[in-house]
Design a protein around this ligand. Structure first.
Ligand code: AMP
Length: 619
């Protein structure tokens, strides 16, 4: 008889610098610790001559292996290679990003002595898979007997391509992605459920979410379990890493000036200095000055410099001001005065910066900010609550909860003169279906090209091209006679599908736009999943090799210690004692020289050592 599979609900905050996972268990959210006991895991993947490392293990070896240690993957998701931000980021990344076909970026690494190329979705999938594993270990389940329903969060200001790329990464990671939700909305849910009265009472909440790579601000109305986003805005390239970069550039310039040395082309030095800058920035949230100390930064020269909080703030002031400007814009979009905001909630690690807090407090005329929820975990917490709801788990309050998100950017079609004709204005509640009538602009036109754009500028050339399609076979007629119904459909994940129907010809034609550059074809996803399985199998093989080698090493040391015991050595015949000691010595020197031997070799050496050491057991 087939047993039904158990359903688990998990929420993943896939961050630029760190990721966090929560599971729904026994009626509440549990944020899960990784194998190092940490509640957040670096969003980092590394490749070495013999293995693939993820999370803490990848970050810990980054200084030694900068060109093959990949971070900031979220900054590449759904972006074109030619994107200006990709081009400027590339200059500061120690790893190599090249242009693939269709203007997609690809990351090049050396893995097991060979060159390998990855698209950003593949690398994000590796992180998602790691987060899934962390959850599975906690739940003590294996994939055979459970279904894991996941909700993944994205910055509210992520565009259509970036959302599609995240969805694809989830598919590659083998997750059953139930929904993509916005990070500030997830944080608002966490806030609402941590302070339960706010789920029931009506409150206007402003979520200020400044993380490692992105900034989001949303205004929500929470009332009787309904979380209604009134407006959202942000910047998908503004966060802690930009503050680190400002410090990095500052110190690179100082080294140039003071020591006449340009380290900008040296990936190892840049990587070391970048880590030191992040630490210094975090210290400056608690102290008025700190030291940046990098032993052997270049040419075995040690680097020690002091930096004050005031200097750090000065270096970043324009970025902090940009955040405040976006808060004002969000209030305008929500058509709300700042006095109608009841609570300002801080989310994201970078909201610990005192200057950011002070500027925000000043903007709200001294209003106290809510720091009561854990800024690192709130997003994963809210995502988990939503995953529980969508899986039909949780109490009535959760089952009754309604999330109403909005589209962050206007969507439209290019019309005569390159003008953007908006079909779905930004901050429209999703899911939504909007219909708009279009026509021809020339006589006897039989073919019409539709170009779909996203953005707020009046001219499409200043907006982001999502995709195009052509409607042909139109019955010749004077201009403006043929009529086309263009339908924009945005689902609950914020993902858009566009279709058009030719009314004038009497024929029903329907074409769905899929942005080929942005979303991966099913064939490509299948291939990547196969590759991912191969890498997973290699990781498993690597783990088994380590385990076999380490078991041998542990046994050899155990026997070495036993041989320190006089009652044992005196009971052994002299030749046997020498034989055992030689074999232990030989085994330990072999494990020292062989970091990753074949499993069979370790097992065979173990068998030999065990049989030679057998007389010890019989004493
Ligand atoms: P998140 O994306 O929310 O995990 O935020 C990660 C970012 O928060 C990273 O850039 C961290 O360097 C930054 N961060 C964490 N703690 C602090 C702190 N005490 N002061 C300033 N930034 C911090």
């Amino acid at each position: 008889m087939a047993s039904s599979k158990k359903v688990h609900a998990i929420g993943i905050d896939l961050g630029t610098t760190y990721s966090c996972v929560g599971v729904w268990q026994n009626g509440h959210v549990e944020i899960i610790v990784n194998d190092q006991g940490k509640r957040i895991t670096p969003s980092c993947v590394a490749f070495t001559s013999d293995q693939r490392l993820i999370g803490e293990a990848a970050k810990n070896q980054a200084n030694r292996n900068p060109t093959n240690t990949i971070f900031d993957i979220k900054r590449l998701m759904g972006r074109r290679f030619s994107d200006q931000t990709v081009q400027s980021d590339r200059k500061l990344w120690p790893f190599n990003v090249i242009q693939d076909t269709g203007d997609k970026p690809k990351i090049v690494v050396q893995y097991k002595g060979e060159e390998k190329q990855f698209i950003p979705e593949e690398l994000s999938a590796i992180i998602l898979e790691k987060m899934k594993k962390i959850a599975e270990n906690f739940l003590e389940c294996n994939v055979q007997n459970v279904v894991i329903n996941a909700v993944i969060t994205v910055p509210a200001y992520f565009n259509d391509s970036q959302r599609r790329a995240t969805m694809d990464a989830g598919k590659i990671a083998g997750l059953n992605v139930m929904r993509i939700i916005d990070e500030p909305t997830a944080a608002a849910v966490a806030y609402g459920f941590e302070k339960l009265t706010y789920v029931r009472e009506e409150k206007n909440v402003l979520l200020f979410d400044l993380g490692g790579g992105t900034f989001d601000v949303s205004v929500l109305n929470i009332n009787k379990g309904v979380f209604k986003v009134k407006a959202t805005t942000g910047d998908t390239h503004l966060g802690g890493e930009d503050f680190d970069n400002r410090l990095l550039i500052h110190f690179v310039e100082q080294i140039k000036r003071k020591h006449k040395k340009d380290i900008s082309d040296n990936p190892t030095s840049i990587r070391k200095l970048r880590s030191a800058c992040e630490r210094a920035k975090e210290n400056l949230s608690y102290y008025t000055s700190t030291t940046v100390d990098v032993p052997g930064l270049y040419d075995s020269t040690d680097f020690i410099l002091n930096i004050t909080q005031a200097r750090f703030e000065d270096l970043n002031m324009d970025l902090f001001e940009r955040c405040m400007g976006l808060v004002t814009k969000c209030l305008e979009d929500a058509r709300m005065e700042k006095t109608s905001i009841d609570i300002v909630v801080l989310v994201g690690g970078s909201t610990r910066i005192p200057k950011v807090q002070q500027m925000l407090e000043d903007l709200f005329d001294g209003k106290e900010l809510c720091k009561g929820i854990n800024p690192d975990e709130a997003v994963a917490y809210g995502a988990t609550v939503q995953a529980a709801k969508l899986s039909g788990q949780g109490n009535q309050e959760i089952l009754d909860m309604v999330l109403s998100d909005v589209t962050p950017l206007s969507l439209g079609i290019k019309v005569v003169g390159g003008v953007m004709s908006v079909v779905v204005p930004r901050n429209t509640v999703i899911p939504t279906i909007e219909l708009e009538e279009f026509t021809t602009d020339k006589d006897n036109q039989t073919v019409v090209d539709f170009e779909v754009f996203e953005g707020e500028r009046a001219q499409t050339k200043d907006n982001y091209l999502l995709g195009k399609f052509t409607l042909s076979g139109i019955t010749p007629a004077p201009r403006q006679v043929p009529k086309f119904d263009v339908c924009f459909e945005i689902d609950a994940n914020g993902i858009l599908n566009v279709s058009a129907q030719d009314r004038s010809s009497g024929q029903k034609k329907k074409i769905t736009v899929t942005n080929e550059e942005a979303s991966l074809s099913n064939d490509l996803i299948k291939k990547i999943i196969q590759d991912a399985e191969m890498y997973r199998a290699q990781d498993e093989e690597c783990r088994r090799k380590y385990e076999a080698r380490n078991t041998l090493e542990r046994y050899a040391y155990c026997m070495k210690n036993a041989m320190k015991n006089k009652s044992i050595t005196e009971a052994l015949p002299f030749a046997t004692k020498i034989g055992i000691e030689d074999e232990i010595k030989e085994t330990l020197s072999w494990v020292e020289d062989n970091a990753l031997p074949e499993v069979a070799e370790s097992i065979s050496r173990m068998d030999d050592l065990k049989s030679i050491c057998a007389p010890i057991d019989s004493i």
